[in-house]
Design a protein around this ligand. Structure first.
Ligand code: WT7
Length: 657
């Protein structure tokens, strides 16, 4: 494991700007400072109260936390409930059916508005259709859709019948989809002909066909939404149109009550090995923390706020803060299908103005991109409706934080920098906007009810002013319940580095006040545009190409994306590269990775090298490659088996091929 405190982020700790919430904000805030003391005095009791207050149970629970099978927690285990009922029906039952749930904005400018009553009918129809297609409670459903209302509807329809969903981001390849379908043994795939991306239709259905052609699967049907009108190949008996089966279904459906620990979804994320991990979450605890954090971290006022989280539902942020959190709280929200620069670079700000968005939740990479495009663009739109801004996905550098506050937030809005992970299910460390005096670049404090710390190699908490590894020290309601089908991998990955502590994989520091500053991953996981990528997974993709003998991948600092993928490859002697030009070799290998994993994994650079730096035990020293990729003086290379390798690499790269 690399030194968590290395990496030139020292400057963060000298940041001394402070932003206290205004008196007006404090006066109207949902959460107050006294929450911390009572929540942390008895965490299970605190969460039990949130679970009773924020969630409707068909059978109330009496048990709170059962940690007897640690590290697999059971929360509220004797209670029963339905997630879709909580997200939709109960709002209609309480007379709020006319409230807008979703303002959908298509990339091409087409719009749809769904109230909670509309959503109830649509979700019920979809639930009836899933049942008619043979999906039963407990069966898994893979979802491969663009960010259109049907994505939200399908997730909720699955929840309604107790069929765990496994959403696969539409930007992932057929290969990635295939392995996820196999691992979860999905019975149904829900997809679309395509979605709109950068002004053009982008196909999805062909990737499903290709994934299912790779070998026998448990998939019986493919349910296809017509979105772009593109031509699609059709397998009779297997493929069915959404318009045929969902639109025709009854709009009445009785939600299936499940146990609190019934799996709600699986979501795959990259780890340090090549095989993605199927992180699975269950129902009662997940929903409790989703609702609680959404209400308090964003200070949501469901009657008046318009909330917009820019994440896709293919990521955990889209699960917790597009689907479950906001809908549980009866919020009105915007979902947008496309990219921030289609058809122009002011598109996001145009949407904020149009819908009077008051809470915006996005990622540092997007903020830095908009910053690069210039202040003039947001300045031409009315952003005065904004009152809370959120950030997630990677450490936000103080410059980007300040720009976000000044240019987007009009120097007025609190910013919440929220740290969490696919595994944690919901926000864990974040300021509370009506309580915390914020510091640009710091996620600061564990939320009420959450116990996090920074520890040294021996698991001892570090003193203020020092760095170490971020851990969670007490179970929390929305924690993952495991890796699908692999309990041992769950224990090994998260619970063996520091006994009895959840190790998140991040390095962190405590400042003089004890506030937490995240420093990035300490394992072989990269963070590109707030998305997690595994070095090993990309290396496997590269060596699956006939030209490549060996590959090593590193995450190199990148001004916009946080990190960028840089690959070093050794070509095979007999490879048949022939007289392919070095540029073409690079282009073809980049395209190969995009095809194997998805465009987000495409290396920024592929450097052909004669050797890779390895220790005597054969471990690749990525630290040295990172020095090369970031154009730094190469660090200490004395533990290399062959110390001349770095010279060889440097010389090779210096001579234009
Ligand atoms: C990893 C989790 C959780 C939603 C998006 C990513 C990094 C996340 C922050 C933040 C610094 C952050 C961590 C974490 N990360 N939020 N506010 N400050 N780093 O989910 O793909 O599961 O990745 O993202 O490294 O471990 P994910």
């Amino acid at each position: 494991m690399s030194d968590p405190t290395a990496g030139g982020l020292e400057n963060l700790l000298s940041e001394d700007r402070r932003f206290a919430p205004s008196a007006e904000f404090v006066a109207q805030a949902n959460a107050h400072g006294d929450l911390y003391s009572w929540a942390n005095a008895d965490r299970p009791a605190f969460w039990a109260e949130q679970a009773r207050e924020l969630i409707t149970w068909s059978t109330p629970f009496e048990q709170v936390l059962d940690w007897s099978d640690a590290p697999v927690a059971r929360w509220f285990a004797d209670g029963r409930l339905n997630a879709a009922y909580n997200a939709v029906d109960r709002h209609v039952a309480a007379g709020r059916g006319d409230r807008v749930a979703l303002h959908f904005e298509g990339e091409a400018g087409d719009t749809r508005t769904l109230t909670y009553a509309d959503l109830q009918r649509e979700v019920s129809k979809a639930a009836n259709a899933l049942t008619a297609l043979g999906v039963a409670t407990g069966d898994r459903v893979a979802i491969y859709l663009p960010l259109i209302p049907e994505a939200v509807i399908t997730m909720l329809a699955c929840a309604r019948i107790g069929a765990p969903h496994s959403v696969v981001f539409g930007g992932f390849s057929a290969e990635a989809l295939h392995s996820r379908i196999l691992d979860a043994e999905a019975r149904l795939v829900v997809t679309a002909d395509g979605g709109f991306r950068r002004g053009a239709p982008s196909a999805l259905k062909p990737a499903v066909d290709e994934a299912l052609a790779k070998g026998p699967t448990t998939v019986e049907h493919v349910l296809v939404v017509r979105r772009t009108g593109q031509d699609v190949e059709w397998t009779d008996g297997r493929d069915v149109w959404w318009s045929d089966v969902v639109d025709a279904a009854s709009d009445e459906h009785e939600p299936v009550e499940v146990e609190a620990e019934h799996p709600l979804f699986i979501l795959y994320t990259s780890g340090t090995t090549g095989k993605p991990k199927g992180i699975f979450h269950t129902t009662g605890g997940y929903l409790t923390q989703a609702a609680y954090t959404h209400l308090n971290v964003f200070d949501l006022k469901p009657e008046t706020d318009v909330y917009w989280c820019t994440a896709d539902v293919g990521w955990i942020t889209g699960h917790t803060y597009v689907v479950y959190g906001p809908l549980l709280n009866g919020a009105t929200q915007v979902i947008y299908e496309g990219t921030p620069d289609t058809p122009h670079r002011g598109r996001w700000w145009e949407i904020v103005e149009k819908y009077k968005v008051s809470i915006l939740y996005t990622a540092p990479t997007a903020i830095r991109t908009c910053m690069k495009w210039g202040d003039e663009i947001p300045a031409t739109f009315d952003l005065s409706s904004l009152r809370v801004l959120g950030s997630v996905g990677e450490p936000i550098n103080p410059e980007a934080w300040m720009w976000y506050r000044r240019v987007i937030g009009g120097d007025r809005t609190p910013i919440v920098d929220t740290w969490w992970q696919t595994e944690t299910g919901a926000i864990m460390i974040s300021p509370l906007p009506g309580v915390t005096e914020t510091k640009p670049g710091s996620a600061q404090v564990a939320l009420p009810g959450i116990a996090a710390d920074v520890v040294d190699d021996e698991a001892h908490p570090v003193p203020n002013g020092s760095g170490g590894y971020l851990v969670v020290t007490e179970p929390w309601p929305s924690m993952l319940r495991g890796i699908w089908g692999d309990r041992q991998r769950y224990v090994d990955t998260y619970w063996s580095r520091f006994r009895d502590l959840y190790f998140a994989g991040d390095g962190a520091k405590k400042d003089a006040d004890g506030d937490i500053w995240l420093l990035g991953r300490v394992d072989d996981v990269m963070n590109v545009s707030g998305h997690r990528l595994s070095t090993t997974e990309i290396e496997s993709a590269l060596v699956s190409h006939p030209w490549v003998a060996e590959a090593a991948v590193v995450g190199a600092a990148d001004e916009t994306t946080g990190q960028a993928v840089v690959a070093f490859v050794i070509l095979r002697g007999d490879a048949g590269v022939g007289d392919t030009s070095p540029d073409d070799v690079q282009a073809q290998l980049r395209a190969h990775v995009a095809k194997e994993i998805g465009p987000i994994a495409k290396p920024r650079q592929v450097l052909v090298v004669p050797e890779l730096p390895k220790t005597r035990s054969g471990k690749i020293m990525r630290r040295l490659l990172r020095d090369v990729a970031e154009h730094r003086q190469v660090g200490d290379a004395t533990t290399l088996a062959d110390s001349s390798v770095m010279d060889l690499i440097a010389r090779g790269l210096a001579t234009p091929a």
